[in-house]
Ligand binder design. Structure first.
Ligand code: 5AD
Ligand code: SF4
Length: 477
């Protein structure tokens, strides 16, 4: 166990190199397991968005390949936090939980604590952990998650904390094992990074510049997933509308969708996230004609005030956004629309806020993710004057929630009585004789059924709307 033998030649090719380290780790884990007389366990915790969730599947894929057994509890031999830094709360939660992990590590000398993801791309965070959290074994960022096995092996062969943070995408290794949370649906990265620099947002600084994957690679990955039982994919990018612009042979997102649509055996296509500034007519057209693209658009508005939208560097106005919503609804009358909204951006006045409420009422969202503005060091908005007082923000936030709920209640029962196709995901949490699934518009449905239905598409009559979800009965069961 231990050092790399001198006779070993570490492969130069990125993929070969990682496969080599996976083998090394496998041997190490097998050896340690034998010594301890028990399996080694791992626990991954994901903070933040769908990108991180997909990254965690890749990380867990490597860990299980090495021989770790995934568990839910943090009393494990390896705990990995895939962190988020989009709002300060997410950072505070990580610091809060690290103390607890230290306690667990004192009881288990073999325990490895690893941190990765967006927080690690911030220099001051890494410095703080280096200084005050010496018990953290490994830190890596968003650009090199594929190196997990190599980093782990380095930790086992040297005493020091391992820190490997890149500041841009030098290379991406996509072909490593992944472990999907659901066998029947999967995220698929179509691009990495973001070039928009919305003035409040830290993402462009921690995820780097936009980089699209070649359509061929994406299609091949989805074909492999479908062969492996996947029925639904979620195409992931920070701004999918700018997909393909910088490829050597440029491709639009609408064109990519048409190619994905052709994949036999794939039933449903979702995507996240489009930016209102460049959502094209072509995309709306492709969506409205598609049999596979889901009837749901998540279209972050952030604010209803054109003045604030300008300060946010969003590149659209309230009027443009509402026109876009009308255009989408005119081609897809049944569409479900959701959004992200920030309250308390610097300088937000009561009038600005009322404009946001007005958009919520006019756009008639099915639901909205609402956020209190969080000052992120290094972003232009952090240096803006007129930060809004906390009590004012809280008051507006509550009023926003009320309006969002009012609007969604007023439209939520519009599918009652209809028959909808549902992809069954799980046994119902509350009653094991029921299952839970999602309609194409992403709304949840519960209906009587057994676990054999999981991963299948079922026609369900929606008998009752209960706020944010429906109860139903299987048709022709
Ligand atoms: N403060 C609050 N919310 C933010 N978001 C991004 N940055 C911030 C911030 N600094 C929200 C936006 C984005 C979502 C993913 O997170 O609404 O769409
Ligand atoms: Fe952040 Fe704007 Fe990029 Fe979204 S589009 S990740 S909000 S900078």
């Amino acid at each position: 166990m231990g050092n790399i033998a001198l006779t070993d030649v570490i492969p130069q090719d990125s993929l070969e190199r990682q496969l080599y380290f996976i083998e090394k780790c496998k041997a190490y884990v097998a050896d340690l397991q034998e010594k301890l007389g028990r399996p080694l366990t791992c626990c991954t915790q994901t903070f933040g968005c769908q990108m991180n969730a997909r990254d965690s599947e890749k990380l867990l894929g490597i860990l299980t390949e090495i021989g770790y057994v995934p568990v839910e509890t943090e009393e494990a031999d390896l705990v990995l936090y895939n962190t988020c830094t989009v709002r300060e709360n997410a950072n505070l939660r990580v610091y809060g939980r690290l103390g607890h992990l230290n306690g667990l590590k004192k009881k288990n000398p073999h325990m490895i604590i690893a941190l990765c993801g967006c927080m690690m791309q911030e220099t001051q965070v890494v410095e703080k952990i280096k200084q005050s959290y010496r018990f953290v074994d490994i830190m890596f960022g968003t650009f090199n998650i594929f190196k997990l096995a190599e980093l782990l092996y380095s930790r086992w062969t040297q005493e020091d904390q391992i820190i490997d943070i890149w500041d841009s995408t030098k290379e991406v290794v996509e072909e490593l094992p992944t472990m999907r949370k659901y066998p029947f649906k999967s995220g698929v990265n179509i691009m990495y990074g973001c070039n928009n620099f919305c003035s409040y947002c830290i993402v462009p600084y921690v995820r780097g510049r936009e980089k699209s994957r070649e359509p061929k690679e994406i299609i091949m990955e989805i074909e492999r997933l479908v062969k492996d039982g996947v029925k639904e994919v979620m195409l992931l990018g920070q701004n999918v509308n700018s997909y393909g612009k910088n490829l050597s042979v440029p491709v639009t997102f609408a064109e990519l969708l048409q190619e994905v649509e052709k994949i036999d055996g794939l039933e449903r296509i979702r995507f996240m996230t489009p930016h209102p500034k460049d959502l094209s007519d072509d995309l709306i057209d492709v969506m409205s004609k598609s049999k596979k693209i889901c009837n749901h658009v998540h279209l972050p508005v952030q604010s209803g005030s054109s003045r604030l939208l300008k300060l946010m560097n969003r590149n659209y106005t309230k009027e443009h956004y509402l026109e876009l919503v009308d255009k989408i609804r005119s081609k897809m009358p049944d569409v479900s629309l959701t959004t992200d909204i920030i309250v308390g951006f610097p300088g937000e006045t009561e009038e600005d806020f009322e404009e946001t409420l007005d958009v919520v009422r006019k756009a008639k969202y099915d639901s909205a993710y609402t956020f209190i503005y969080s000052k992120r060091t290094g972003t232009p908005a952090a240096a803006m004057e007129n930060q809004v007082p906390e009590d004012v923000v809280k008051n507006r936030f509550n009023r926003l929630l009320e309006t969002v709920n009012e609007v969604s209640r007023s439209i939520s029962n519009r599918y009652e009585g209809t028959v909808q196709q549902v992809l069954v995901e799980d046994v119902d949490d509350h009653d094991a004789s029921y299952v839970t699934g999602r309609m194409t518009n992403n709304i949840l449905v519960h209906f009587p059924g057994s676990k054999d239905l999981i991963g299948t598409l079922v026609n369900v009559r929606l008998t009752e709307c209960r706020g944010f979800y429906y109860m139903g009965e299987q048709e022709n069961a």
